[in-house]
Design a protein around this ligand. Structure first.
Ligand code: HEC
Length: 314
């Protein structure tokens, strides 16, 4: 008897420490959503920016390697919802007893179609759920807020407060708009959502190339550290791969003025990356190389502001 009480106490303490899991144990009273602001989980190996939103919903960056998936498994997560353009690592997820639903979104909106799928997944598949984008700062938090608004009566101020906590950049007006404007889904409507919940969803060719660009750019940034030191062939090779990816992107179809402008920007970025590769190989004055690197970084931001981040029509 005493032992059972003790066990129950331990269980209750674990649940309190992990509010997202509170819905899974019968007999415990789930706290009201507005009483439990999202809680940050620090020091998770292979995961960044992990937050527990309550209602069995966690949100954060994409799991890195086995460590990331193991950390999610240890938290009891059963279903992963990726809104990132990167192909999810289905093998690793399965290896850790979890399944994926892949609903890629852009930086311009969450969108009604994506929200329907996410809401259906959270209503019909086993939780707890881990909603992730790449770094867990912009698209994932916006999607998670929209789900919490749709299914768990989160208010618009709750959604805004959460985006502020997650560090979602105000620049992504479409993400903020869709996170705060999402309307509650009536239960009978969810049952009628016929959209499939694929483990992997093909993305537009430009998104596929950009995912690769991002990986190479992250590699280059970590090779560089705080500043380029004595040049290495590895750095030059990464810059060359970046340049090739931009050239590949510039060959993709794209019509209208926006298409022409985009191609022009991609060609410029390709040239900047080639220049960087050449300077790295020639062991030029480090300040020249740093300048080229800065211009390349600026080219990502400049083009995204114009062609990626503006809110899409609701
Ligand atoms: C000339 C334009 C241009 C340049 C330069 C550019 N991008 Fe992009 N990028 C885009 C566009 C457009 C999209 C959105 C594609 C879509 O959603 O259809 C995008 C999307 C992305 C995405 C999102 C992929 C996803 O998961 O949906 C990442 C990450 C990215 N770019 C990284 C980079 C990085 C890093 C650089 C610089 C090293 C860069 N981009 C340079 C135009 C550009």
């Amino acid at each position: 008897m005493l032992l059972r009480r003790l066990r129950r106490l331990v269980l209750a303490a674990t649940i309190l420490a992990c509010p997202g899991l509170s819905g899974t144990v019968p007999g415990t009273v789930a706290p009201e959503p507005e009483e439990t602001p999202p809680a940050r989980h620090r020091g998770m190996p292979g995961l960044e920016n992990v937050h527990d939103l309550g209602h069995g919903i966690l949100c954060g960056g994409g799991p890195q390697g086995d460590a990331g998936f193991a950390a999610l498994e240890a938290m009891g997560v059963r279903t992963l919802l990726s809104v990132d353009g990167m192909e999810p690592d289905l093998e690793r997820a399965r290896g850790h007893g979890m399944r994926y639903v892949h609903v890629p979104i852009g930086y311009d909106s969450v969108g009604t179609n994506a929200l329907r799928r996410l809401a259906k997944a959270v209503s019909t598949l086993p939780g707890p759920f881990y909603i992730h984008c790449h770094h867990g700062r912009h698209r994932g938090p916006a999607a998670a807020a929209a789900v919490a608004r749709s299914l768990h009566r989160w208010t618009a101020p709750q959604a805004s407060a959460w985006l502020l906590l997650a560090g979602t950049d105000p620049r992504y007006g479409g993400l903020h708009r869709d996170a705060t404007n999402a309307q509650p889904f009536p239960h009978d409507e969810i049952a009628r959502i016929a959209d499939p919940l694929p483990e992997r969803t093909p993305v537009e060719p430009l998104v596929r190339v950009m995912v690769a660009v991002d990986q190479e750019f992250e590699a280059l940034r970590s090779q560089r550290g705080n500043a380029f030191g004595p040049p290495t062939e590895a750095e030059a090779a990464t810059a060359t791969r970046l340049s090739e990816l931009f050239r590949e992107a510039a060959r993709l179809d794209g019509s209208g003025t926006a298409g022409v402008e985009l191609r022009h920007g991609l060609k410029e970025a390709a040239e900047e990356a080639s220049r960087l590769a050449a300077q790295l190989l020639a062991a030029r004055d480090p300040s020249v190389t740093e300048n080229t690197f800065r211009r390349l970084t600026e080219s990502c931001v400049r083009c995204h502001r114009r062609h990626r981040d503006l809110p899409a029509a609701p």
